[in-house]
Design a protein around this ligand. Sequence first.
Ligand code: SAM
Ligand code: SF4
Length: 349
Amino acid sequence: EINEVIDYFLKHMTLNYEKVLWILSLNEENLKEKIYKVADIVNKTLNTDIVTLKGVIEFSNYCKKSCYYCGIRVQNDIIKRYRIPIDEIFEIAKNGVESGLTTIILQSGEDDFYSDDDLEKLIFRIHHELKTAVSISIGERSKEAYKRFRNAGASKVLLKHEAINRKIFEDVHPDKDYDLRIELLDYLVELGYITGSGNIIGLPGQTLEDIAKDIIFMKEHNIKMIGMGPFISTHNTPLENLENGSAELTLNAYAATRLTIPFAQMPATTALGTIDRNYQFKALNCGCNVIMVNLTPDEYRENYNIYDEKIKVDLLGTAQRILDMGLKIPPYTLRNLFIKEAQYGFSNE
Ligand code: SAM
Ligand code: SF4
């Protein structure tokens, strides 16, 4: 059947639902390795062997929502909340760009403390003064806000659909914002954002069929960045006793997605790295082509507990490991890392 998958891909440059499901269901080591290799070749042929590094600033862990899986949900009163002041966010972004990052991701809980005006100005400054791409991952804001952010210079948005099966989605999102989310995603694509979405692997009641439908949904809705991570159980949340999602299945999902949406930017996620750091790097040979490194200063980051034991993905260590694997990082990132080393000996990493 593996040959049928390859033939189908070569003919259509994508896969259909049945082929995706077949890849997701692979258990046998030998077959899995073969399909990972195929996804890897497709990625490196079409997108090169350069792993893009993007810098995430987790600027607030306040959130007004109650997603059952998430450690910073509003009901979690045992975590220490923080908000990084706007000027400090800018400085962190500046430091990231000087270190060689070319995309800054602004991420937070859904926190209305930062007005649309505040975020618009911040995006404008980061994009224009630092001459860098800005990606936003702040949950649901109004269409008008997203339009303003786009005009201010944000070119990418991450808004995961989490689960395309309505029941699975509504079982973990008490505000039942399923339709709103899908409509917003389509609107973001329409606005010209490079739009990112994705699911959580291992949600209650989820089957392989559901994950296959998640992948086909993203293909059909023009999603260009794919964030798929395993569920990680988190204390003091309604899902604290649920088992973590499978790292193995996550790799199968990466391979299937690479063959379905071949040009996608697809991070080897921090969630996967939290379950097993080796798998995060292995994912770079299974179809993934991005790693998100953490720019949030430690004093804040320690409280961005969206899930338990969340690892710190540091720029230098990650870049080093990618190079050790025989893969590349973008020349600009490499050059700036060298310059920084010459100036500071990496002491501020
Ligand atoms: N609040 C924004 C939102 O939800 O889109 C952005 C930040 S939110 C922390 C980013 C992503 O974290 C979510 O899309 C969700 O998939 C993921 N996440 C949260 N808790 C998780 C958990 N326990 N396991 C795996 N992923 C989780
Ligand atoms: Fe808030 Fe996002 Fe966590 Fe949901 S996943 S509780 S919206 S931070």
